[in-house]
Design a protein around this ligand. Structure first.
Ligand SMILES: [Zn+2]
Length: 131
């Protein structure tokens, strides 16, 4: 998924290939979707909505690497604190990356400057480790 501005409207773009990748391979990729698939899709949508709150980031192509990394950490932190932890407290299934990011934020006291390098690539919005 990606965010941007299309015809002056903030937009979340669900890229088909990424969506299929999110759903994984095999029989579950065409539904019915598992609870984890639904949760992961919801988390990805919320993540993109958080990006749209940052008006500077609606044109990510113009961001420097440092700005992009700071924005990714901001979005992951917001989603983690406000949504991932709620899902985990309820015992909801979520992708391992969300659990790893939550643990990383907990380890650094949820500071906005937490370094999450190695967990995700700031230029790759997929929820899995960069590949
Ligand atoms: Zn992002």
């Amino acid at each position: 998924m990606a965010t941007g501005v299309v015809n002056d409207r903030k937009t979340i773009n669900v890229v088909r290939s990424r969506f299929i990748e999110l759903l994984g391979e095999g029989p579950g990729s065409h539904g019915p979707f598992t609870q984890e698939q639904r949760n992961d899709f919801m988390l990805a949508l919320v993540h993109q909505a958080v990006h749209l709150q940052n008006t500077k980031m609606t044109e990510p192509a113009t961001a420097t690497r440092e700005e992009g990394l700071a924005e990714e950490v901001r979005a992951w932190r917001e989603v983690n604190i406000n949504v991932v932890r709620t899902l985990r407290a309820e015992g909801q299934p979520i992708h391992v990356t969300f659990r790893e990011v939550d643990e990383a934020f907990r380890a650094c006291g949820d500071r906005p400057d937490c370094r999450l390098a190695g967990i995700f690539d700031p230029h790759d919005d997929s929820m899995q480790r960069s590949r």
